[in-house]
Design a protein around this ligand. Sequence first.
Ligand SMILES: NC(=O)C1=CN([C@@H]2O[C@H](COP(=O)(O)OP(=O)(O)OC[C@H]3O[C@@H](n4cnc5c(N)ncnc54)[C@H](OP(=O)(O)O)[C@@H]3O)[C@@H](O)[C@H]2O)C=CC1
Ligand SMILES: CCCCCCCCCCCCCCCC(=O)[C@@H](N)CO
Length: 329
Amino acid sequence: MGDANFAFFLLFLLPAFLLALLYFLVRPRPVKIPIKNRHVFITGGSSGIGLALAHRAAAEGARVSILARSPEKLEEARNAIRLATGIEVAAFAADVRDFDAVKRAVDDAGPIDVLLLNHGVFVALELEKMELSDVKFTMDVNLMGTLNLIKAALPAMKNRNDPLPASIALVSSQAGQVGIYGYVAYSASKFGLRGLAEALQQEVIADNIHVSLIFPPDTDTPGLAEENKRKPELTKIIAASSGSMKADEVAQKALDGIKCGNFIVSCNFEGIALSLATAGLSPQRSFLMAFLEVVAAGILRIVALGMQWTWYGSIEKYHSQRKGSSRRS
Ligand SMILES: NC(=O)C1=CN([C@@H]2O[C@H](COP(=O)(O)OP(=O)(O)OC[C@H]3O[C@@H](n4cnc5c(N)ncnc54)[C@H](OP(=O)(O)O)[C@@H]3O)[C@@H](O)[C@H]2O)C=CC1
Ligand SMILES: CCCCCCCCCCCCCCCC(=O)[C@@H](N)CO
C-alpha cells in the first residue's frame, strides 16, 4: 500500500505540482503575434531562408520588405515572389554593415511590426586557415549588422500606434547553440546573437516587443552550396549529427515560432533536443516546454556528453588516419 502511494506521488502528484508551479512561473507570458496585414521586414530576403520567409509571409498576407546588398538578386526575388503569389514586395539595397544606408532603408520602408534579421555570411574553415579579415567580416555582418538594423528600426517600432505585439526575430544557427569544428568565427558570431537577444528582450518587453531566436540546422540554400565547396571533412561529419532541411521548411518553423512569440525556435527533432539541453537562463513562455526542460535536463546532459564522445572520437580518428597516411607518403 505504501508503495502504491509512493508511486502515485511520483507519477502523478509530483508532475502535476511541477506543471502548476511552472504555469504560474514562466515569464514573459505567452503572446500571439499576427503577421497578416502587418509590415514584415526581412534582411537577406533575396536568397535561401530569407527568400523562403518572404514568400511565406507574403502568402500569409503580410506587407513584406526585403533588404540585401545585390540589387540584381533583390529584383530576381521580387519577380519570383510576384510570379508565385501575385504580391509585390518592397526591396531595399543596402549593406547591413553600413548604418547610414540601413537607416535610410528602414525609414523609407516605414514602421516595422516584425523585424526578421536573417542576413548572414558563413565559411567553414579552421581558424588557422582563415584570414583575420574574414573573421572580422563574419562578425561585422552577422553581429554588428544585426545591431545596426535593431538600432535603426527600434525607435519607430517603439512608437508604433498599433496595440498589437511586435517582434524582433534573429536567425542564428544550431552552430549558435553548440560550437562546431570549422565554425570558430561563425559560432562566435551566432552565440553572440543569443546574448544580444536575451538582453534585448528585457529592454523591449515593456514596449510589447517580443524577441525570437531561430536555430536552423544545415539548410539547402545557395549559401550552403557555396559553403560545401570547401568544407573541412570534420565539419561535415560533426554537422551531420543533425539532419538537413529545405529552406521552406525552416521558413515555416520560423514563422510559426515568431507568431507564438517563442524566444527559442528550433526547427527539427535534433534542434528540439539541442534547445532543451541548452535552455540555460533563457526566457521561456510555454509552461509545457519549461516542464520538458526541467524533466529532461539530467538525461539530456548524458546525451550531450555522448555527443561530445562521438565528436572527439571522429576528431581523434581523423588525426590518426592523417598521421598514418603522412608516414606512408
Ligand atoms: N543554410 C544553412 O545551412 C544555414 C543558414 N543559417 C543562417 O540563415 C541565414 C540565411 O542563410 P542562407 O539562406 O543559407 O544564406 P544565403 O547565402 O543563401 O543568403 C544570404 C542572404 O543574406 C544577404 N546578405 C549577405 N550579406 C549581407 C550584407 N552584408 N548586407 C545585407 N545583406 C546581406 C544576401 O544577399 P547579398 O549577398 O546580395 O547581400 C542573401 O540575401 C544566415 O544568417 C545563416 O547564418 C543557419 C543555419 C543553417
Ligand atoms: C543533446 C542533444 C544533441 C542533439 C544533436 C546535436 C546536433 C548538433 C549539430 C550542429 C549542426 C550545426 C549546423 C550548422 C549549420 C550552419 O549554420 C551552416 N550550414 C552555416 O550556414
